[in-house]
Ligand binder design. Sequence first.
Ligand SMILES: Nc1ncnc2c1ncn2[C@@H]1O[C@H](COP(=O)(O)OP(=O)(O)OP(=O)(O)O)[C@@H](O)[C@H]1O
Ligand SMILES: [Mg+2]
Length: 480
Amino acid sequence: MTKSKNFFEKLSITQELIISVIAVIFLMISLLGFIVAKALIKSNEEKIAWQKKSNLQIATSLLADPIWTVDTNNIKNAASTFVRDDNQIIAVRVLDEYGDILVESRDHSVAGIEFKELLKTKNRFLDAGDIKRNNEKIGSIEFIYSTQKFNDELTWLIIKLGFSFFLVGLGFGLIILWRLKKTITEPVNRIVEGSKKIAEGNYQFQVEEEYVLEFQQIAQALNVAIRAINERDLELKRQIIKAELATKAKSNFVSTMSHEIRTPLNAIIGLTELTLDSELTGDQRDNLETAKLSADSLLSIINDILDFSKIEAGRLELETLDFDMIDVLQECERILSLSAKKKSIGLRLYFALEENYLFKGDPFRIKQILLNLINNAIKFTPEGGEVHVRLDIIDRNNSAALLRFEVQDTGIGIDKNKMENLFEAFSQEDQSTTRKFGGTGLGLSISKRLIDLMGGMIGVDSEVNVGSTFWFQIRLKEGK
Ligand SMILES: Nc1ncnc2c1ncn2[C@@H]1O[C@H](COP(=O)(O)OP(=O)(O)OP(=O)(O)O)[C@@H](O)[C@H]1O
Ligand SMILES: [Mg+2]
């Protein structure tokens, strides 16, 4: 079962490194920005607290006399000094002892705005104190402080700082990435390439030795595996050659044996035929005919075994003769018409009369294939059935033709499971087939091998209890 991967599991090492470096840079910048901002804000708060105190003292010393003498000009001068000199004060108001406004001064940035309105904006606050003369209150002063300018400057500072750090961090990050690429990514890629080659079945190489210890160990382990696989392959090849030699020797033995059996068997058949031609009693003739039937069927089995072992040993050679395909078909019909008649099976040939059927090839082997297919069709079709043999020319070009043969019967049919191995040797559907119908189970496999040798193909369509259609296609040169 494959586990669904999350985002990080899908990344390559390089991608992960880039993401990590960028994340570290941003983390560092955020942390640094936070610390710097915090420190500056704190120092500004201290600065404002100190300024508040000192501004009140200065105000008392500057304003005590002018308020006492109601010298509006001097009060005004003093008030505007605060706004001008202290860049965090945006407005100042001086009041008399009854709370009436004597003078108002403000920064040009907030000119024309009501004193009370000024406090409605954030980052501004009011600080007020009494002006005393000889310990007696003669008036008061109100300052409006604004930290907005400071905040703006702070923001700018953080941005500049962050940007500088980003550049520095990026520089370092790139250097680290480059180093990591050399020490991790590239070795990993080389090892991955090596593993891929192994997976594709290429073992004729060695993985480059790496200089980082862990990768060196992986590379060495891969090389050991490659060597082991190569050794195993070599051993397998040796075994295969041995097995092939043994099979060949067996095939040779079987083919020699069949040959040796055939010679006396032919003598038996020949002499039986000769004796059958002489004068015999009824019983003697019956016995000899049975003997001849048995000898014939033994010969056909021996022939099959001989053919099969010849093909297995790669010793079967095809002829190239000019022949008429219709002769081959009619010969098959002639040979098998008797056995068809015995079972009241209608054996029929179909081919188009207007076609030319002169080809170059091996008529004996084509006949052998057709005889087996038609023989099977008759064998596996109950009495009164039909066996139709069809020849079609599918294609003709460049002085060659593609021929399709079909042998269709209304017989017992073939089970789906059985169809796969049908063309393998000794693959009768079940043991009862042998008992009931006879044969060695070599017919189809010999047919298939012969068709393979001719560069053609064979197949079957079948339905149990309905019938089978065996077909094969071969390409033959036009003959004369
Ligand atoms: N027309 C057919 N209808 C039903 N079954 C078939 C047909 N042709 C072949 N078979 C099945 O395929 C098996 C293999 O056929 P094959 O011709 O190779 O061997 P065989 O006929 O049994 O023996 P041999 O051909 O060596 O005498 C048969 O035993 C049979 O079970
Ligand atoms: Mg057969």
